[in-house]
Design a protein around this ligand. Structure first.
Ligand code: PEP
Ligand code: MG
Length: 591
C-alpha cells in the first residue's frame, strides 16, 4: 500500500444518515467503470451479442437474488424487499426489447446499447421532483452497473469483499447492492460524495448500524487509501488526519454520550411516572412494521401513530388489502399486547404517489388530503379499513383518522367502518369487535368542536405539526416563515387545553403525536395541560421518560396555568425551557 500524503487535519461536512462515531484507516474505492464505448458489429455477430446480453441479465438476476437472500438473513424481510425493485428493473421487458432493437438496428455492442437505454430511463426518472422516483432511478443505475460489469467480466465489489482490516470505506457513491456486500466486521463506517438521507443505501446503513455520512461532495477526490480518519455519523463529519486534540475531544464526548446512554438504558423498563406519582403513557411513532423492534428497544409502551403512507409511497402501485394486512398484522403481532394505533392514509399536502394521479392544487395542504381522499376514494379506504380490522384479530390494534375538520367527516368515516365490519362478519373473518377508534385533532375547527367529536370516538390524538400550521396559518414546509411556526403560541396552548377538557368531559383520553410530544422542553407543558399520553419517534422516548421521571405534575400544572394566562409565545417558551433545564440539566447537556 503506498504511503498516503500526511497533511494537516481536514474536515468534510455531509448529510448524516446513520449515527455513531468510528475512527480508522480509509479505504478509497476506485471508480472502475466498464467500457461502454460503441463497437460496430456485423450481422453475423448479432445473435451472439444478444445471447451475451441474455447471459449477463441471467447472471445479474442470480447475483441480486443472492444478495437479497443474504440481506433478508442478516437484516430482515423489509430490507431485502429493497432488491425487489432491482429485480423488477431487470424483468422490464419493454426496456430489454428496446435494448435488443438498438443492438440489431445499429449493430452495436450490448454494453453500449444497454447503457444508453437504461441511462435514458434513469435520467427521466431522476428529473422528476419526487423522492420515490429518484430512488427508482438509483435502483436502475445500480442494476445497470451490475449488468455492465457482468457483460465485461468486471468484479467491482472485490475490494469490498476482501477488506483485510477494519477500515472506513470512502467512495464516490455506494449503491444499495454495494452496501449489502459490506462486511460489517471490516467496515467501521462509510462516507460517500453523493446520496440522500432517504436513499436505500442510507436505510441499509442504519439497519447495519454502522456510522455513515453521505453528500460529502468531492471528498473522495481529495482522499487516499491509508489516511487516518474519524467519521462522526451524528454530526455528519469526516475528519481526516485528526490532531491529537481532536481525538481527545472526541474521546471525551464519546465517554459522556456512553454514560448518558447507560443512564437512559437503566430506566428503559421503568414507567413514565412523575415524582408525585402521575403516570403518563409513552408511545412511539412508526412508519413500517419493521420499526416495531425499535418500539420495544426504546422502552415505548406501544405505537401511538403508525403512519401508513410509507407503505404506499415505497411501491409503484397501490398496496391492496392483503399487502396492507400483512404489514399491520406484523406490527400488531410483534407488539401484542401493546397497542398499535394505525392511522388511515394521510396522502396529499406534501405526500404524493407517482402512481396515483392527483390534481395540481394551489394549496395542497388545504386541499385534497388525508381523510378527504379516503372518503372519496372508497376502494382505497375500504381496502385499508378491512386490512386494519383483520389485523385487529392478532393484537391490540386501534384505528385513527387524520385531518378530521368537522363532525360530518367523522360520521362518514365511522359509518364506512361499520359497513366494512358488517362485510367481515358476513364473511366470518375475525376482527376485534371492540376496536377503538380515534380522531386526530389537527385542525383548529376540530379543536373547537372537540366535544362533539369526542362523543363519537374512543380517543383523541393531537397532531400538533398540522394543528400549528393550520391555526397560525404558517406553512410547515416554508423556511421563510419558520420563525412564525411557534408551538408555544398562546392560541396553540389554548386549543390543546380546549381539546383536552372536551375529551375528559366525555371520558376519553388524549395523546399528542406531533413533534411537540417528542420535545423535552415542551413535554411538561403538555402534561400540565392534561395530555394523557405522548407518542414520538422511538429514539426520543428514553429522554422524554428521563425528563418525566424528574418532573412533578404540580410543577407542570403551574407551568400550564401561567401559559394559559400569558400573551406571548416567547415568554411561554422561556418558562418551558427554564423548568425543563432545572429538572433535567444533564438531558440538555447531552443533546
Ligand atoms: C401532525 O400533524 O402532528 C402529525 C402527527 O401528522 P403528520 O406529521 O404525519 O402530518
Ligand atoms: Mg398531520
Amino acid at each position: 500500500m503506498p504511503e498516503p500524503p500526511n497533511k494537516g487535519e481536514k474536515t468534510f461536512r455531509g448529510i448524516p444518515v446513520s449515527a455513531g462515531v468510528c475512527r480508522g484507516k480509509i479505504v478509497l474505492l476506485s471508480r472502475a467503470r466498464p467500457s461502454i464505448a460503441p463497437r460496430q458489429l456485423t450481422d453475423a455477430d448479432l445473435p451472439e451479442e444478444i445471447n451475451r446480453l441474455e447471459r449477463a441479465l441471467a447472471q445479474t438476476r442470480q447475483q441480486i437474488l443472492e444478495i437479497q437472500r443474504k440481506v433478508v438473513e442478516a437484516m430482515g424481510a423489509q430490507e431485502g424487499s429493497i432488491f425487489d425493485a432491482h429485480l423488477l428493473a431487470l424483468e422490464d421487458r419493454t426496456l430489454m426489447d428496446e435494448v435488443i432493437r438498438v443492438i440489431q438496428e445499429k449493430r452495436v455492442n450490448a454494453e453500449h446499447a444497454f447503457h444508453t437505454i437504461a441511462e435514458r430511463y434513469a435520467a427521466t426518472l431522476s428529473a422528476i421532483e419526487d423522492d420515490y422516483l429518484r430512488e427508482r432511478a438509483d435502483d436502475m443505475r445500480d442494476v445497470t452497473g451490475r449488468v455492465l460489469n457482468n457483460l465485461v467480466g468486471l468484479e467491482p465489489e472485490a475490494e469490498l469483499r476482501y477488506l483485510k482490516e477494519p477500515c472506513i470505506v470512502i467512495s464516490h457513491d455506494l449503491t444499495p447492492s454495494n452496501t449489502a456486500q459490506l462486511d460489517k466486521r471490516n467496515v467501521l463506517g462509510f462516507a460517500t460524495d453523493v446520496g440522500s438521507k432517504t436513499s436505500h443505501t442510507a436505510i441499509m446503513a442504519r439497519s447495519l448500524r454502522i456510522p455513515a455520512v453521505v453528500g460529502l461532495k468531492d471528498a473522495s477526490g481529495q482522499l487516499a487509501t491509508g489516511q487516518y480518519a474519524l467519521l462522526d455519523g451524528h454530526s455528519s463529519l469526516l475528519v481526516v488526519n485528526p490532531t491529537d486534540q481532536t481525538l481527545f475531544e472526541y474521546g471525551q464526548l464519546m465517554l459522556k454520550k456512553a454514560t448518558w446512554r447507560q443512564r437512559l438504558q437503566d430506566i428503559l423498563a421503568e414507567p413514565a411516572v412523575t415524582l408525585d406519582g402521575h403516570r403518563t403513557l409513552l408511545n412511539a411513532n412508526i412508519e413500517q412494521a419493521a420499526d416495531a423492534e425499535q418500539v420495544k428497544a426504546n422502552g415505548a409502551e406501544g405505537v401511538g401513530l403508525f403512519r401508513t403512507e410509507y407503505l404506499f409511497l415505497k411501491r409503484d402501485h397501490l398496496p391492496g388489502e392483503e399487502q396492507q394486512y400483512q404489514a399491520y398484522h406484523e406490527a400488531a403481532a410483534a407488539l401484542n399486547p401493546l397497542p398499535v394505533v394505525i392511522r388511515t392514509l394521510d396522502l396529499g399536502g406534501d405526500k404524493f404517489l407517482a402512481h396515483m394521479p392527483m390534481p395540481v392544487e394551489l394549496n395542497p395542504f388545504l386541499g385534497w388530503r388525508a381523510i378527504r381522499i379516503s372518503l372519496q376514494e372508497r376502494d382505497i379506504f375500504r381496502a385499508q379499513l378491512r386490512a386494519i380490522l383483520r389485523a385487529s384479530a392478532a393484537g391490540n390494534v386501534r384505528v385513527m383518522y387524520p385531518m378530521i375538520s368537522g363532525l360530518d367527516e367523522l360520521k362518514q368515516a365511522n359509518a364506512l367502518l361499520e359497513e366494512y365490519k358488517d362485510e367481515l362478519r358476513k364473511e366470518k373473518v375475525p376482527f376485534d369487535e371492540k376496536l377503538q377508534v380515534g380522531a386526530m385533532i389537527e385542525t383548529p375547527s376540530a379543536a373547537v368542536v372537540a366535544e362533539s367529536l369526542a362523543k363519537r370516538v374512543n380517543f383523541f390524538s393531537i397532531g400538533t405539526n398540522d394543528l400549528i400550521q393550520y391555526s397560525l396559518a404558517v406553512d410547515r414546509m416554508n423556511e421563510k416563515i419558520a420563525h412564525l411556526y411557534e408551538p408555544t403560541h398562546p392560541a396553540i396552548v389554548r386549543l390543546i387545553k380546549t381539546t383536552v377538557d372536551a375529551a375528559h368531559r366525555q371520558g376519553i383520553r388524549v395523546s399528542v403525536c406531533g413533534e411537540m410530544g417528542g420535545d423535552p422542553v415542551l413535554v411538561p407543558l403538555l402534561l400540565g395541560l392534561g395530555v394523557d399520553e405522548l407518542s414520538a419517534a422511538p429514539s426520543l422516548v428514553p429522554p422524554i421518560k428521563f425528563l418525566i421521571r424528574r418532573l412533578k405534575l404540580s410543577e407542570a400544572h403551574e407551568l400550564a396555568a401561567s401559559a394559559l394566562n400569558c400573551e406571548s409565545a416567547e415568554v411561554i417558551l422561556a418558562s418551558c425551557q427554564e423548568l425543563a433545564r432545572q429538572i433535567a440539566p444533564s438531558l440538555f447537556e447531552s443533546l
